[in-house]
Write a protein that binds this ligand. Structure first.
Ligand code: SF4
Ligand code: SF4
Ligand code: FES
Length: 230
C-alpha cells in the first residue's frame, strides 16, 4: 500500500491503482471521457487531468493512466485543471456538437460558446469502440488507421469484417454515434429525440453501418419505418 494526499485528504491505495481509481474509491469525482471501467485506460482525451506536486514543481497528468506513488500530492480541481478541462470540452464540442454526451459535459463545465471552428465530425477518437471490441468482445474487428487528418476507425482494408460479431458494443459506447441531439424545443416540451437515436454512420457509410456490415445487421438501430411495422 502507498499513502498519498488527494485534495488535502490522506488516503491509502494499492501500488497498482491509478490516481483516478484511488479518487473514485474514496468518493472523489474526476470527470472522464475516454475512460470506461472494465477497459484499459487510453489517456487520449485528457479530460481527467489533475495537478500533481506543489508550487513550481506541479504539473498536469491524466489521472486515468497515472499510477499512485508514495507521498504523491494530487489536486483534482485546481483552477489550472478546471480551465484546461473547459478548453478540452470546447474542442470536443467543436468536433461533435450534437453528441448528447458532449453536450452534457459542456453543460456541467459551464461551457456556453465554442471558440474553435465547428467541424461536426462523426468521430472524436476516444478509442472506446476499439477497446471494447478487442477487450470485452474479443473480436479485434476494428482499429485506428492512418494519421493526422486521415485518422479513422475502420476494419482492416476497409472491408466487411469476418471477425465482427455484430454485437453493437462499439455503437453502444460511442459518444459520437449514440444519442445525437436533434435540437432544442420550447421549454417544457419533451421532444423525445434522446429516446430515438439514429445511426449517424448511415450518412457516411451507405452500405456499412458502424464499420460492422450491412446497415442494420447489428440490430442496434431501428431501420424499419413505423408504417412498415406490423
Ligand atoms: S459490432 Fe463488431 S466491430 Fe463493433 S464491437 Fe462488436 S465485434 Fe467489434
Ligand atoms: S467511433 Fe465513437 S467510440 Fe470509436 S473512437 Fe470514434 S467517437 Fe470514440
Ligand atoms: S479519461 Fe483520462 S485521458 Fe480520457
Amino acid at each position: 500500500m502507498v499513502t498519498l494526499r488527494i485534495d488535502g485528504l490522506d488516503v491509502r491505495a494499492e501500488e497498482w491503482w491509478t490516481i483516478l481509481e484511488t479518487a473514485r474509491f474514496y468518493g472523489l469525482e474526476i470527470p472522464t471521457f475516454c475512460y470506461r471501467e472494465g477497459l484499459s485506460p487510453w489517456g487520449g482525451c485528457r479530460l481527467c487531468i489533475v495537478e500533481i506536486g506543489e508550487g513550481t514543481n506541479s504539473r498536469m497528468v491524466t489521472s486515468c493512466t497515472y499510477p499512485v506513488t508514495e507521498g504523491l500530492i494530487v489536486r483534482t480541481n485546481s483552477k489550472r485543471g478546471i480551465e484546461a478541462r473547459k478548453v478540452l470540452v470546447e474542442l470536443l464540442l467543436a468536433s461533435c456538437p450534437s453528441s448528447k454526451t458532449i453536450q452534457d459535459l459542456a453543460s456541467r463545465f459551464g461551457v456556453q460558446k465554442v471558440r474553435f471552428k465547428v467541424e461536426d465530425e462523426p468521430c472524436v477518437y476516444c478509442g472506446l469502440c476499439v477497446r471494447i471490441c478487442a477487450e470485452q468482445m474479443g473480436a479485434k474487428a476494428i482499429g485506428f488507421v492512418n494519421r493526422g487528418g486521415d485518422l479513422k476507425i475502420t476494419t482492416p482494408f476497409d472491408r466487411k469484417s469476418e471477425e465482427c460479431l455484430r454485437c453493437g458494443a462499439c455503437m453502444y459506447v460511442c459518444p459520437a454515434c449514440q444519442l445525437r441531439c436533434q435540437g432544442t424545443e420550447a421549454p417544457g416540451v419533451v421532444c423525445g429525440s434522446c429516446l430515438c437515436p439514429q445511426p449517424t454512420c448511415l450518412d457516411s457509410y451507405p452500405d456499412l453501418m458502424c464499420y460492422m456490415g450491412a446497415a442494420g445487421d447489428c440490430g442496434t438501430c431501428v431501420t424499419e419505418k413505423p408504417e412498415q411495422a406490423k
